[in-house]
Ligand binder design. Structure first.
Ligand SMILES: *Cc1c(COP(=O)(O)O)cnc(C)c1O
Length: 358
């Protein structure tokens, strides 16, 4: 029961539930879309060095080094970059302070959107995906609210073409379009270039997935400088030192190590293709993933049964209970060894369930 001191306005808030991180045994973790690879060696070396001794000092409230590294990576001005404590913080601020007329997002998308909408008491329009989980941008016509689109979408892994994103932006120049590109580095097309052309688009990205820094908590927003100034205002009104020193250092070095970034993300993409082919050969159906996860179901094995059987064998994946997706599991693409273990476990599970796949 809530404390009697807890604001009644939050009584019905349903908090975000992160993927489970059980400690009862060692699992192959394919449930929270982390990278199987360590951060860039440059990051590990710097943090293992004397960086920790500087923790007595506050971090740089402007995160200027990280900002510069991001601006360099994308070839844009630093005035267009806002650095956040995980991309969840950027999303939080955009829901809080850039959604006065309300918010609109898909019925099947990142689960945090509905939590933020509730937290900030936003009037929200839920826009159902098509039957095949694709986004129909016509469905957003006439909705004069801030639109949040995960592209690629989660947990479906599917992309919306950049031409469609541009259509969304131009069809209503007085509404802000937020493009959450948490997975863009695994095969999507970034909308960053559109922020040079339009003032009603904000791109949100994270270091958690393609840069192996989930535990460091680092993300960023790219948008026109006026939007960035608004985000800075909110930051200085809540937590000026939002990015800690070690994380800022890790972010700068990670952005600078283009070679390692390309090597690791390409390996994930190769492992994804391999795993999708193996699963397809075993009768699984799946969406066309452009992310570091695969969204699968099997016509002869329930989503829950597959999830529990994998768990019993020490492999964690993410199972959803929503009506449209309860037969699906979202499986993070890990190392080749982890994917081979997944397939071996899957063979056992199918055999035990009496599913014949030739
Ligand atoms: C993982 C994820 C995020 C949040 O990532 P952070 O770890 O907070 O940077 C945001 N959006 C989507 C769609 C995600 O999958």
């Amino acid at each position: 029961m809530d404390s009697r001191f807890f604001d009644s306005g939050f009584a019905s808030l349903e908090a975000y539930v992160p993927g489970e991180q059980p400690k009862d045994r060692k699992y192959i973790k394919l449930n929270t879309n982390e990278s199987p690879f360590p951060p860039s060696p440059a990051v590990v070396e710097a943090i293992n060095g004397d960086a920790a001794s500087l923790l007595r000092l506050y971090s740089d409230p402007t995160s200027s080094d990280v900002k510069q590294a991001i601006a360099d990576f994308y070839g844009i001005d630093t005035a267009k970059v806002f650095v956040t404590n995980g991309s969840d913080e950027g999303l939080s601020f955009l829901f809080m302070a850039f959604s006065e007329k309300g918010t609109a997002f898909a019925d099947i998308t990142y689960g945090f959107y509905s939590v933020f909408a509730d937290l900030y008491h936003k009037d929200t329009t839920i826009v159902p995906l098509r039957g095949d989980f694709s986004i129909n941008i016509d469905d957003y016509d006439g909705i004069d609210k801030t639109v949040f689109i995960a592209n690629p979408n989660a947990p479906t892994g599917m992309i919306l073409g950049l031409d469609m994103i541009e259509d969304l932006i131009t069809r209503n120049p007085d509404r802000l379009i937020v493009v959450d590109e948490a997975y863009v580095d695994f095969g999507g097309e970034s909308a960053v270039a559109l922020t040079e052309k339009y003032d009603n688009v904000a791109v949100v990205q994270t270091f958690s997935k393609s840069r192996s820094l989930a535990g460091a908590r680092l993300g960023f927003v790219i948008a026109n400088p006026a939007i960035i100034a608004g985000l800075e205002k909110i930051k200085y009104s809540t937590n000026p030192y939002n990015v800690n020193r070690l994380t800022a250092l890790a972010g700068k070095l990670s952005m600078g190590d283009r070679e390692y970034f390309d090597k690791t993300r390409n390996t994930i993409i190769e492992n994804r293709t391999w795993t999708m082919n193996e699963l397809r050969a075993r009768g699984f159906e799946m969406t066309d993933s452009k992310t570091n996860f695969i969204f699968v179901r099997h016509p002869e094995l329930s989503g829950e049964a597959y999830f529990l059987a994998l768990r019993q064998r020490g492999i964690l994946v993410r199972h959803f209970t929503g009506k449209r997706i309860c037969e699906y599991n979202r499986i993070t693409v890990g190392s080749r060894e982890e994917m081979e273990a997944l397939i071996a476990a899957t063979d056992e599970i199918l055999r035990e369930a009496g599913v014949n796949h030739g």
